[in-house]
Design a protein around this ligand. Sequence first.
Ligand SMILES: Nc1ncnc2c1ncn2[C@@H]1O[C@H](COP(=O)(O)OP(=O)(O)OP(=O)(O)O)[C@@H](O)[C@H]1O
Ligand code: SF4
Ligand SMILES: [Mg+2]
Length: 329
Amino acid sequence: MGQDIFKIQDLKIDFTTPRGILKAVRGISFTVHKGKISGIVGESGSGKSVTALSLLRLLPGNGTITHGQILFRDKSILSYNKRELQKFRGNDVSIIFQEPGRSFDPIYSIGKSFAETIKAHHPKATKSGILLRSIDLLTEVKIPDPEERLHNFPHQFSGGMLQRIMIAIALVSDPCVLIADEPTTSLDVTIQARIIDLLLELKEKRNLAIIFISHDLALIGSIADRLIVMYNGLVLEDGPADRVLGHPLHPYSRALLDSHPRLGDHYTEKRLITIPGSIPDPHMTEPGCPFAPRCRMVINECRTSIPPLEQSNDHSGHFYRCIFPGEKN
Ligand SMILES: Nc1ncnc2c1ncn2[C@@H]1O[C@H](COP(=O)(O)OP(=O)(O)OP(=O)(O)O)[C@@H](O)[C@H]1O
Ligand code: SF4
Ligand SMILES: [Mg+2]
């Protein structure tokens, strides 16, 4: 499927909380390929953002990687020293978040935000070099009148424009991987579609690997090359996007697909996933399949141990974690 950039192997992440240990990620493995979009989908609390932050070693202080490996170009980022980590975050991988407004300092003009980021990567950059680079990047993300807009402040832009600027700033270092954590969730559906088009264009033009995180299986399925379905800190299904959407093997993936609202629904309604029951409390992980309390096909065997991630026999690289793969729920 293209060159492997990231390999995540049996990764486990715990948080220390006042209620005890919270197992946010319980052993996930997946691979990110150059020039491809890896979509990570799952309900709130499934561990998507924690996984994304761990790929940059940006976990909050109470979070620890307790097991597993994260390989970037075959080298473990877990063994990077401070300098290597700084270089890696600066040059190789960038991240954008859901609410672009929050990522900007309201008292900085956009031009100043660019200048700070460019100087952090290229301390010797000249004033004219910074200006040219900022204009180029704003042009690349299709902000009209880029030179004038550099003088504006964040509140003078719409949410969609700010997300474009956030993407432009994330591209300052020409990363080969862009992590986009719910980049369009706070935007309305038309603007969302334009941001998606922009990301697809950047992927093609820059041969960028994108890790795209969303609640919305249909949205993510329409752009991703590969789909990873997360639940309660585990990968329940992982495969080529067309296979996961066309022939979902896990009852949870099927439930997500069935719960997707109709085309044209407002974005806030998309957040209402209507699978009966709620996700398990990550403080109290049960021994068996995490979807068992909500699964109509559950039998006693499902509750004894977590089913292993197995490959479907069509050899398409389609994996699932269920003892009744592909059965109608
Ligand atoms: N700093 C923290 N301290 C304690 N628990 C945390 C912390 N950050 C995340 N968690 C917990 O880790 C689990 C996974 O959280 P995560 O933010 O990755 O979910 P998510 O899939 O991104 O959800 P959402 O779709 O709501 O963004 C959740 O149970 C969450 O409460
Ligand atoms: S392992 Fe059992 S409980 Fe879990 S999804 Fe499959 S059938 Fe349902
Ligand atoms: Mg999240």
